[in-house]
Design a protein around this ligand. Structure first.
Ligand code: UDP
Ligand code: MG
Length: 157
């Protein structure tokens, strides 16, 4: 099944939202393949947000990602990249729909609680950026047959 990366950003850690965020993905039926706490050093921020390095808000974004350690999670499920992006909501939390994580937990475009990979290709790159192979676990969920239909199990295995 497809894997994606989320980061529970320092602002969420500071605000004590980690449990609520993890619960949302768990309740949805996404499998946790990996989870770890780390500090994003300068190199990691520059690499992860290289597409934004020339934007005026980059110094603020960098500081926000280095305000404390954060939590990286690798989540797995059918069409996990798209599903997780839908659950996270629009970048600007004020425009994110109610029911999404950003829509429910944030008022900010910068301090927007979580990062989520935006494409299958980027997810592969980002998972490798944050996890070593031995930090990812390939175990079977005991309830997969109740989470997915028979046809889906064949299609997305
Ligand atoms: N960001 C910001 N101002 C902006 C756009 C983005 O502060 O106008 C920050 C915000 O924290 C966002 C991150 O930069 O989550 C990465 O931006 P991207 O466009 O990749 O949005 P995302 O994929 O996180 O929705
Ligand atoms: Mg992005």
């Amino acid at each position: 099944m497809e894997k994606t990366l989320i980061l529970i950003k320092p602002n969420a850690i500071q605000r004590g939202l980690t449990g609520d965020i993890i619960t949302r993905f768990e309740r949805k039926g996404l499998r946790f393949a990996g989870i770890k706490m780390l500090f994003m050093d300068d190199e990691l921020v520059a690499e992860h947000y290289s597409h934004l390095k020339d934007r005026p808000f980059f110094p603020y974004l960098k500081a926000s990602m280095q305000a404390s350690p954060l939590i990286a999670c690798c989540l797995e499920g059918a069409e996990a990249v798209e599903t997780v992006r839908l659950m996270v909501g629009a970048t600007n939390s004020r425009k994110a729909l109610p029911g999404t994580i950003r829509g429910d937990f944030s008022m900010s475009g910068e301090q927007n609680v979580v990062h989520a990979s935006d494409s299958v290709e980027n997810a592969l790159v980002e998972i490798n950026r944050f996890f070593k192979p031995e930090e990812l676990f390939d175990y079977q969920s005991a309830v997969t047959c109740f989470e997915y239909g028979g046809e889906e199990t064949l299609k997305f295995k």
